[in-house]
Design a protein around this ligand. Structure first.
Ligand code: TXA
Ligand code: MG
Length: 342
């Protein structure tokens, strides 16, 4: 199958493919999603197949307006409307309990709940509206690899396996949406996956405490967001996290071990390591926003570098605000390993 690249003028063609049960990847503000009609079980089955994704890991249902929730959700959490008003369209996925049999079980992994999100991308919102049905959209990467932040990344992983990609350049945020569990109307909201909408922002809007699922932190137990248990975001090359004060020691250690190092960093750290690094992926500035936007793209680029690197070093950030999402993804990519002087 030839994978076509669609621009906005070809929405009709993309919509027709989706209606027939085909797969079209779409851009969002977070990462690219692998789109298929959420109402066609065979199409959804193919999504799992081309990604190589375990079938017990349920999908997010992408909608273009809040009204599209109605066929699926009746027992909304008291905080739901406020959150949708404030953060949709945007990088916040909400888990609701759903009406029995309102979605194919292959979408929900057989759960009585489902994940919904309205992405902040005009082309994709137009695509969903024109398709007149919600679209599932897991990240459009091979399962276990860094999520795609450009159409080229989607091509790399899925070319020949899907009908098309709606191209809208590089995604703004760079990591997947915050997943918030609102499935029990009597329980406080629980963050199952940190993203660009932070705990602090949610608490400010709701004026209440928001919990963070502990399974995010302790990896050994069965997690509540089924996806959190799989090794995620990992390039082939080993990744190590480096704290600000440890860069010179880390570079000296690598030299001593005769390891070729690839560095992901903003300009300040890049300047510090530029004579020792075999390759550098430069974030556009020193901020956590820039690091988050560049993390997956940088891991992919250095992983494929002709320099044939032995190890990748990436900077840490304090784990608040967007830093919680960045560190969550980086820790997985690095398999929890920090550089430590000893
Ligand atoms: O930003 C994003 O959310 C991207 C873009 C494309 O929208 N999509 C994305 O989808 O990250 P995916 O499938 O890679 O991640 C969905 C996460 C998984 O961790 C999954 O386990 C969790 O949401 N999830 C889905 N349905 C759930 C449910 N009913 N209960 C708990 N967790 C659920
Ligand atoms: Mg994913």
């Amino acid at each position: 199958m030839e994978t076509k690249i669609f621009d906005q003028s070809q929405l009709n063609e993309a919509t027709a493919i989706l209606a027939e049960g085909g797969l079209v990847a779409f851009p969002t503000e977070t990462v690219y999603g692998l789109g298929a009609s959420a109402l066609l079980p065979n199409a959804v089955a193919q999504v799992y197949q081309v990604k190589g994704r375990p079938s017990d890991n349920p999908l997010i249902v992408h909608i273009a307006e809040p009204e599209q929730l109605e066929p699926f959700v009746d027992n909304k959490h008291p905080f739901a409307d406020k959150l949708m008003e404030t953060f949709w369209p945007g990088p916040l996925t909400l888990i609701f309990s759903i009406k029995k049999d309102s979605l194919p079980s292959i979408v929900t992994g057989g759960l009585s709940t489902a994940a919904f999100r309205m992405p902040n991308n005009t082309k994709t919102l137009a695509l969903i509206k024109q398709a007149q049905q919600p679209l599932v959209g897991p990240s459009a990467n091979t399962s276990g690899k860094p999520s795609p932040t450009s159409a080229a990344h989607v091509q790399h992983d899925l070319a020949g396996k899907i009908a098309g990609i709606l191209d809208d350049g590089v995604t703004q945020i760079g990591v997947e949406s915050t997943v918030l569990d609102l499935s029990d109307p009597k329980a406080p909201p629980i963050i199952l996956r940190p993203g660009a909408i932070s705990k602090e922002q949610l608490e400010a809007v709701l004026q209440t405490k928001v919990l963070v699922d502990q399974h995010l932190v302790t990896e050994s137990e069965a997690p509540k967001a089924p996806g959190m248990k799989y090794k995620h975001y990992a390039p082939n090359t080993n990744v190590m996290m480096v704290n600000d004060q440890d860069w010179s020691a880390a570079m000296a250690w690598a030299k001593e071990q005769q390891l070729k190092v690839g560095v992901l960093a903003g300009p300040t750290i890049a300047d510090q390591v530029r004579f020792e690094a075999a390759a550098i992926y430069l974030f556009f500035d020193d901020s956590v926003e820039a690091a988050t936007k560049g993390l997956f793209a940088g891991l992919r680029a250095l992983d494929e570098s002709i320099a044939e690197l032995d190890v990748l070093f990436a900077p840490t950030f304090p784990e608040s605000g967007l830093g919680a999402a960045y560190m969550n993804r980086l820790k997985k990519a690095a398999n929890q390993s920090f550089f430590q002087e000893n």
